[in-house]
Design a protein around this ligand. Structure first.
Ligand SMILES: Nc1ncnc2c1ncn2[C@@H]1O[C@H](COP(=O)(O)OP(=O)(O)OP(=O)(O)O)[C@@H](O)[C@H]1O
Length: 226
């Protein structure tokens, strides 16, 4: 892939379970180009969520290097002063996350959630209402997350992600909690906006059809690189 946005080299992660060491990601390497999409597949427990968590900083790698937009995060240097702060800033500004359950702030209306995420990324929140319109939930702008359906929350989560103008979207079974019809609609929006705005996408899914919609495919069950 050319014009690499994301390059992962020799990434490894294990967990400790009782007295046992459980290797989950082992010496994984791949690159993802700007504006490209990558499907992560593999049996349950193969490490899809763990990889997404490593990429967005919710988990700490044991070894390896992640390079995003030219900024290097080296597991060996992770504790060096300034490294984690620089990575946190990069993620806040450039990585949008959509998980199975929309992670909205319960005390904020849908519109304020979108504005909040845009501001957090340092973007002007003036287009927040437009994003709700584009995702067909403008009439719900003033409602709180617990006053709307799961599909509407997931649309609001997408509006939040696009309002921050991300370079990279990480999506973990983003429609896993939705019925097929709503799921298809939300996924269509995700792909169409991702292509239109040229951001890259890493999507963990068990859905073979969805995986086929991505340009690249990484099967963690077989630990092969892209
Ligand atoms: N915090 C943790 N402590 C110990 N083991 C963990 C932890 N998080 C994940 N694991 C283990 O790591 C492995 C990979 O989990 P992960 O959630 O990444 O898999 P997955 O491919 O996303 O699975 P699924 O398709 O079921 O969502 C599993 O064996 C899981 O039990």
């Amino acid at each position: 892939m050319t014009d690499s946005l994301l390059a992962v080299r020799g990434l490894s992660k294990h967990f400790i379970s009782g007295n046992e060491t459980v290797p989950v990601i082992e010496k994984l390497s791949f690159t993802l180009g700007q504006g490209q999409s990558l499907a992560l597949t593999g049996r349950s427990g193969s490490g899809k969520s763990t990889l997404l968590n490593l990429l967005c900083g919710l988990e700490w790698p044991d070894a390896g290097t992640i390079v995003m937009q030219g900024q290097v995060f080296d597991a060996g240097r992770a504790r060096v002063r300034g490294t984690t702060e620089a990575w946190s800033a990069l993620r806040r500004q450039h990585i949008g996350v959509v998980f199975q359950e929309a992670n909205l702030m319960p005390a904020l209306s849908l519109l304020d959630n979108v504005r909040f995420r845009a501001r957090l990324a340092g973007r002007d929140p003036k287009n927040s209402e437009d994003w709700l319109t584009r995702l067909d939930i403008s009439e719900l702008a003033g409602r709180y997350p617990d006053q709307v359906s799961g599909g509407q929350r997931q649309r609001a989560a997408l509006a939040m992600v696009f309002a921050m103008e991300p370079a990279l979207i990480l999506a973990d079974e983003p429609t896993g909690s939705l019925d097929r019809h709503t799921s298809d609609e939300v996924i269509r929006e995700l792909f169409s906006l991702q292509v239109r705005y040229g951001c890259s996408l890493v999507l963990a899914t068990h859905d073979a059809e969805l995986a086929d919609s991505c340009q690249h495919h990484l099967d963690l069950g077989h630990l092969s690189g892209v």
